[in-house]
Structures are given as structure tokens and as C-alpha cells.
Design a protein around this ligand. Structure first.
Ligand SMILES: Nc1nc2c(c(=O)[nH]1)N[C@H]1C(S)=C(S)[C@@H](COP(=O)(O)O)O[C@H]1N2
Ligand SMILES: [Mo]
Length: 227
């Protein structure tokens, strides 16, 4: 048969990468198959969006008593929490001790009347990005609706004005440029979850892939930009 060489999917390429083992005191903080970086990679689909903060909104909807639209100023007025966390990207970089500030997701929920059946969450972000997560996974102390990184407002490339930070999941779940939060009765897959990546995405269990391997044009770690 003269079948052409099949183009590797992003999931295939990550599987083939060889990575060094991290030894020593930090080893327990670095999940298997990850490499530490001091820099801050910038990864996303599409262009960095531009916003006029006066027009920017965050819509919270779905299995909620009443839909809410938040303005940025309203989020800024809520109690702010600082966290120092390690982050892990499925393309194999990990960064330790990243400092974020924002509204703890659990605290934010106090302003929402979530119906008991709303056990799953879809995060909607620009540009046309979606990622899903169980509500139970958003209740930890270090899960933030983050507005600041290292004491400064988020940079546009890292998600200004608002992003999620979900340190205990691969970083694709940490939606930048967040615009909507939907509470759902049933789980639904987001963008990467539909494209060969694992639904749960726990880095310490190496939950990278779902087993499916759909073609994904972007080769993130080769094209990546860093701060
Ligand atoms: N809106 C949006 N958020 C996103 C993405 C994206 O494409 N769009 N990419 C995700 C992925 S794959 C990663 S690894 C992180 C990267 O965040 P950083 O650029 O701040 O390192 O953002 C996540 N959040
Ligand atoms: Mo990623």
C-alpha cells in the first residue's frame, strides 16, 4: 500500500517527546514527564484579545437561581486572595511558585445561587475557547479567578483582565480571557477535551490524553513564546 505518511497529531507528538527526570528536593512537586522552566511560556489559540474594561463582562449562567453579569469593578471589589502555586502544562513544562491574586472561586460562589444539579462547569473564554471541569474541582483554597500575576495586573498575553488558575489540573483548564461560566447538570467536553486530551487532566496522574487522536494543527511547544 502506498499510503502517505500520516501527519502526527499534537497528542502523538507529545507522547514521543523524551524528557529528563527531575531529582532532589523538588522532585515531589514535579509530576512525571514534566520539565521545569523559570520562564513563563505563553500558549493559546487565536489572537490576544483587546478589551475596553468598561464594556467587559463576565456572564454566569446555566443551573443558577438567576443569571448574573459581572463588571470588572465588581470583581475587584470582592475580597482578594493571594496564592503561590506550581503550574503544569500538558506540553511538559512546569513552573514552580507562581504568584497570583484574585477572587477565590469558592468565595465567588457565595455570590451565586447554584442549583444542586449544577455539578459541572464550562468555562467560556476568548477567542472561542472552552474548557470543562467538575464543580468539586473548583472548591479548593488555591483556585482563583485571577486578576494579578506577581503583584501586577495580568499581562494581555497571560489573560488580562481575568483568567482562571486551577493549579491541580493541566494548565489548559486555566482559561485565559474568561468571559462566561456555565453551571451544568451533565459534563460536556471543552476544546482540548474534544481533541484528544483527557477530561480530568490531573498532572500527578499524567492524565494527558483521552486515547483519541484527532488532528490538531497547532504545535504549541515548538512555536511557544516566553516571558
Ligand atoms: N482563552 C484561552 N485560554 C487558554 C488557552 C487558550 O488557547 N485560550 N490555552 C490554555 C493552555 S493550553 C495553556 S498551557 C495556558 C497557558 O497560559 P499562559 O500563556 O499564561 O502560560 O492557557 C490556557 N488557557
Ligand atoms: Mo497547554
Amino acid at each position: 500500500m502506498t499510503e502517505g505518511k500520516k501527519k502526527l497529531t499534537k497528542a502523538d507528538r507529545i507522547k514521543q517527546m523524551r524528557v529528563p527526570v527531575v531529582d532532589g528536593a523538588l522532585a515531589h512537586r514535579v509530576p512525571a514527564g514534566q520539565v521545569l522552566t523559570e520562564r513563563f511560556p505563553i500558549l493559546h489559540e487565536g489572537e490576544v484579545p483587546e478589551y475596553n474594561l468598561d464594556e467587559w463582562t463576565l456572564r454566569v449562567f446555566g443551573a443558577v437561581g438567576e443569571e448574573r453579569i459581572f463588571r470588572f469593578k465588581e470583581l475587584q471589589a470582592l475580597p482578594q486572595t493571594q496564592v503561590l502555586v506550581d503550574i503544569h502544562c500538558v506540553t511538559r513544562w512546569s513552573k514552580l511558585d507562581t504568584a497570583w491574586e484574585g477572587v477565590r472561586f469558592r468565595d465567588f460562589l457565595e455570590h451565586m445561587n447554584i442549583k444542586p444539579e449544577g455539578r459541572f462547569v464550562m468555562l467560556y473564554a476568548d477567542q472561542d475557547y472552552e474548557t470543562n471541569i467538575a464543580l468539586d474541582d473548583l472548591l479548593g483554597d488555591d483556585i482563583l479567578l485571577a486578576m494579578k500575576y506577581d503583584g501586577e495586573p495580568l499581562s494581555p498575553k497571560h489573560g488580562w483582565p481575568l483568567r482562571l488558575v486551577i493549579p491541580h489540573r493541566y494548565f489548559w483548564k486555566s482559561a485565559k480571557w474568561l468571559r462566561g461560566i456555565e453551571f451544568m447538570k451533565e459534563d460536556r467536553e471543552g476544546f482540548w477535551e474534544r481533541n484528544g486530551f483527557h477530561n480530568e487532566a490531573d498532572p500527578f496522574r499524567e492524565e494527558r490524553f483521552s486515547g483519541e487522536a484527532l488532528p490538531i494543527p497547532e504545535d504549541e511547544w515548538e512555536k511557544k513564546e516566553f516571558d
